[in-house]
Design a protein around this ligand. Structure first.
Ligand code: NAP
Length: 435
């Protein structure tokens, strides 16, 4: 075995991801040493409960409840505890004691990223976080390094596996949201409390991380517009399918250019209609995909497992090898680039196409009234299809596809439609993404 320098690696957390990282670090120690140019010595694993059952066989003598002591003297600290505290304190402690840090903690980076990156900058350390967005899929390094010479225009990501699993089954099986959610919980695809996934919080955290990187701008989590999938039902799924779309929960990070006000960005998470011919439409089950549109590179798609202990461990170990190489080579770490500092606009300033489904009185002149309200609201119609709800029904259903319209105009127009007297019910309003 080559006589490599030893780097002390401290692991915080031995849960779904941490236990796999520990196992792979030990299992592939020689190979990783050859790749990193250093022997990665796992010096300890901090956990809450030493006696808790683990998914992989870990030597008991490595486990400790004293994370503080473990961090002291470590060259690389891997944080896989999750949550904000004490993860934040431990990461800052590690950075300030001269370690490079690896984390998969999207919640922490989306809320305290600037503080952590600043701390690393102060001491020339580097923060690696490939696993914090879209699990095993390499997307952080492509955005940070491979596309550093390009200009990213737009990212559309399916970055939450749970919601993709639910929407995919609703689409392919015609099932209802509540039934698929219950099934997903039983099968372990969804947590007992599914709020973070189904309300779009998890996707919003990842959107903030991806947009910050792509647009060289700090994107606070509060600036991300967020809507979840709990209002999506079978009727909406059927209407989407009928019109040639599939509904996906998308994280959209977009550069907007205005001749008067210049460049800005929009970051938003919502269920959107995606054309069935778009590559994102074929992302099934709990898989993730990130579709990147860059000025010179054109369209790129990154696809794979967005979660899972061993899959995510792959991304973490890639970071550990990078951190080790940098440690051996010396020099200061690459800091976060936030110099573009672009303004972030609210969702009302975004333009997209829409698909509006209305239940209207089945009477002559109704279509003309609806068309008039849309036109007054600066929403131009691209397609209209009328379907009668039932044999002797008083109401008919209108499926209206619009050209691109300003979100603010659209929402005011939908309010006017709802109050118009000819519209019985606004069944759904969904944005169309991916043009
Ligand atoms: P997990 O299964 O809940 O494991 C958390 C681990 O941290 C446990 O071993 C726990 O110890 C330990 N821990 C928690 N609080 C601690 C404390 N105060 N002091 C010491 N140890 C503490 O979490 P996970 O699923 O592995 O996720 C870890 C991170 O990876 C999270 O940030 C998550 O968002 C991210 N991530 C996870 C996935 C995934 O598929 N799971 C995918 C992408 C990113 P005990 O075992 O003793 O309780």
């Amino acid at each position: 075995m080559t006589d490599y320098r030893r780097l002390r690696v401290a692991l915080l957390g031995a849960g779904a991801v941490g236990s796999q990282v520990a196992a792979l670090l030990r299992q592939h120690a020689d190979e990783l040493a050859d790749r990193a140019g250093a022997h990665l010595e796992l010096v300890g694993i901090a956990v809450r409960d030493i006696d808790a059952p683990r998914e992989t066989d870990l030597p008991r003598e490595l486990l400790t409840t004293d994370a503080d002591a473990l961090i002291v003297g470590a060259d690389i600290v891997i944080e896989l505890m999750g949550g904000i505290e004490p993860a934040r304190t431990y990461l800052l402690q590690a950075i300030n004691s001269g370690a490079d840090v690896v984390t998969a903690n999207k919640a922490l980076l989306a809320t305290h990223g600037p503080e952590i990156f600043d701390a690393a900058d102060q001491v020339g350390a580097e923060v690696y976080y490939e696993a914090a967005a879209a699990g095993a899929i390499p997307i952080i390094r492509p955005l940070r390094d491979s596309l550093a010479g390009d200009r990213v225009q737009r990212i559309m990501g399916i970055v939450n596996g749970t919601t993709n699993y639910i929407l995919d089954r609703m689409d392919t099986e015609g099932a209802e949201f509540a039934d698929v959610l219950a099934d997903a919980q039983r099968l372990g695809y969804a947590e007992a409390d599914p709020t973070a996934d189904v309300e779009g919080y998890d996707a919003a955290q990842k959107a903030a991380i991806l947009a910050s990187l792509a647009f060289h701008t700090t994107v606070p989590l509060e600036a991300v517009h967020r809507e979840g999938i709990t209002a999506i039902d079978k009727t909406m799924m059927d209407a989407a399918r009928h019109a040639g779309y599939v509904i996906k929960l998308l994280a959209v990070c977009e550069r907007l250019t205005d001749a008067e006000t210049g460049e800005s960005i929009s970051v938003r998470v919502y269920p959107a209609l995606v054309d069935r011919a778009h590559p994102l439409a074929s992302v099934h089950g709990a898989n993730n995909a990130v579709f990147v549109q860059a000025e010179a590179a054109g369209n790129l798609m990154f696809y794979g497992a967005g979660a899972g202990g061993v899959q995510t461990a792959s991304a973490v170990l890639g970071d550990v090898v990078s951190a080790a190489r940098r440690h051996i080579a010396g020099g200061v770490g690459v800091g976060e680039s936030t110099l573009a500092n672009l303004p972030i606009v609210p969702v009302g300033r975004v333009t997209t196409r829409y698909q509006i489904t209305l239940e209207v009185d089945d009477q002559p002149g109704v279509l003309a009234t609806v068309a008039g309200i849309l036109s007054d609201g600066r929403v131009s119609i691209a397609t209209v299809e009328q379907t009668v709800a039932g044999e002797d029904a008083r109401t008919a259903r209108l499926e209206i596809g619009t050209h691109k319209a300003l979100e603010q105009d659209l929402s005011e127009t939908v309010d006017r439609l709802a109050a118009s007297g000819v519209v019985e019910r606004v069944v759904s309003v969904l944005r169309v993404e991916g043009d």
